[in-house]
Design a protein around this ligand. Structure first.
Ligand code: GTP
Length: 359
């Protein structure tokens, strides 16, 4: 009797669209399903893995790269091998791609995997309702990403008016006629949409819209030269989104001055599209951990207590185009509080204005 294969679901979506938020929601709402997670972050500090950790049955981070690239493709196989170890009794594997991954390259990698315990379970593309119209102008290739999806999640609908939401649904229908689209706020989608299907027994059955030939020789691969090797070896990533983006990491053990940090964020360079991480403030904010999320012009802080024994440090990843690592690092280093500096509630007020009450 054939053993049941473990579906592997890809979650893609542009920087900051809400992939981790959705994943965390799925974890919370699927207590009867054992979920293995692979998180791929663009920077070498894996902020997403930290945000997801603790909620999953098994989680493996892949840092500092993009899973759609050659070196990381073999790493993905290795991770899948570990996660599908029968002893772990994982029911489904979810891969959260970096916000700059090329979905079709990832599908190709999965379809060509020699791992007999898995089957490709489909691609979920998360779309940021607030940012999509602008991002799409800058990156027309996002249309191709939407077309690769088996399910499109139009997320952050709480941030747009009803007529904008309807307009976005219409746009998505035009981009990918027939693709199922669900709307969501804070990534709250019904887990049954992702997990509740019987895994297919062969790779060919494992996807709904795309055939192997589709992803091998589709318009995207024609345009970016991807078709030459299924593993991605020798394939040209220069036109992938991540080729245009760079990431800068910043860590500091010394606490930051909240007001100077806000001044930095208020004047962040236009090319800096995404910033995320955790902040350790001096003075009035000292006792709390401030999660930072900037997506385009959107800025939010999420408050949580420091765990017992958790090192109180600032760890940030910034992702953008044309950003200068040296300048950013110097500007952030200047936000570190100097010993003895007076820091009180008033200095924290600018930060508190952006504290997220919803999560
Ligand atoms: N208002 C609102 N905010 C959201 C929603 N979904 C996510 N967010 C916020 O958007 C920010 C980015 O969300 P993430 O889940 O980290 O996005 P991501 O796609 O994993 O980000 P990257 O991995 O950097 O590409 C966070 O501050 C979230 O709390 C939503 O539906 N509405």
């Amino acid at each position: 009797m054939a053993t049941q294969r473990i579906p592997v679901i890809l979650v893609t979506g542009f920087l900051g669209s809400g992939k981790t938020t959705m994943l965390n929601h799925l974890m919370r709402d699927s207590t009867d399903t054992r979920i293995g997670v692979i998180v791929n972050d663009f920077g070498s500090i894996n902020i997403d893995a930290m945000a997801v950790a603790g909620q999953v049955d098994s989680m493996i981070p892949i840092e500092n790269g993009c899973l759609c690239c050659a070196a990381d493709a073999s790493e993905m196989d290795e991770m899948l091998e570990r996660l599908t170890d029968p002893e772990l009794r994982i029911d489904v594997v979810v891969i959260e791609a970096s916000g700059l991954a090329e979905p079709r390259s990832m599908i190709r990698t999965l379809l060509s995997s020699s791992n007999e315990r898995i089957v490709y379970g489909g691609l979920v593309e998360v779309v940021d309702a607030a940012e999509f119209p602008d991002t799409r102008i800058r990156h027309p290739e996002l249309d191709r990403h939407v077309r690769a999806a088996d399910l499109v999640v139009l997320n952050k609908t709480d941030r747009v008016a009803e007529d904008e939401r309807r307009g976005l649904l219409e746009t998505l229908r035009e981009i990918a006629p027939g693709a199922p689209v669900v709307t969501a706020a804070h990534g709250r989608v019904d887990p049954a949409l992702l997990f509740d299907h019987r895994p297919r027994e062969t790779a060919e059955e494992g996807f709904r819209q795309l055939s192997f030939a589709d992803v091998w020789a589709d318009e995207g691969c024609g345009a970016d030269g991807c078709g030459d090797d299924v593993r991605g070896h020798g394939h040209d990533h220069s036109l992938h989104l991540h080729a245009a983006y760079e990431s800068v990491e910043f860590s500091a053990a010394e606490p930051l001055h909240p007001q100077r940090l806000m001044e930095f964020l208020d004047s962040r360079p236009a090319g800096l599209y995404r910033a995320k991480g955790f902040l350790h403030f001096a003075g009035a904010g000292r006792g709390r951990k401030f999660g930072l999320h900037a997506v385009g012009s959107y800025l939010r802080f999420q408050l949580s207590p420091w765990e017992r024994g958790e090192p109180r440090t600032t760890q940030l990843v910034m992702i953008g185009t044309g950003i200068d690592a040296d300048t950013l690092t110097k500007r952030l280093a200047a936000c570190v509080a100097t010993p003895g500096e007076e820091i009180d509630e008033t200095h924290l007020m600018g930060v508190l204005r952006y504290v997220d009450e919803t999560d």
